[in-house]
Design a protein. Structure first.
Length: 114
């Protein structure tokens, strides 16, 4: 089982990749979208926002945090694995290891980016 800090760092790396997209593509796919990841085995949820300036730092969600536009649910080992190999997200989703809640537009954008 990965630690809370390992998961936060993995998510920071993953969202950092989205933030490294050129601004035009980032704006067209993820302009001002919030992202959360519920790490089920650690009982923690992380949040960040992708803006026109890139990805904000990943932080633990507070009790008054509004619902995210894109919600990911996975255990800690799968979060770390996903960040290391983002291309495996479809395989992990089909195997039931990762759950994603998002609009159709966001799902298509994730598919193109990851």
């Amino acid at each position: 089982m990965a630690s809370v800090e390992e998961c936060r760092e993995a998510l920071q790396a993953l969202t950092g990749r989205l933030g490294e997209m050129d601004q035009k593509n980032r704006d067209s796919f993820f302009s001002n979208r919030s992202f959360s990841c519920n790490v089920t085995d650690l009982g923690v949820t992380f949040v960040t926002r992708i803006t026109q300036n890139g990805a904000e730092p990943v932080k633990e969600a507070g009790p008054d945090e509004p619902p995210a536009d894109i919600k990911l649910t996975a255990n800690s080992d799968d979060v770390v694995s996903l960040a290391a190999t983002p291309a495996n997200i479809a395989r992990m989703w089909l195997a039931g290891r990762v759950k994603i809640q998002a609009s159709m537009r966001d799902l298509l954008a994730l598919r193109r980016v990851l």
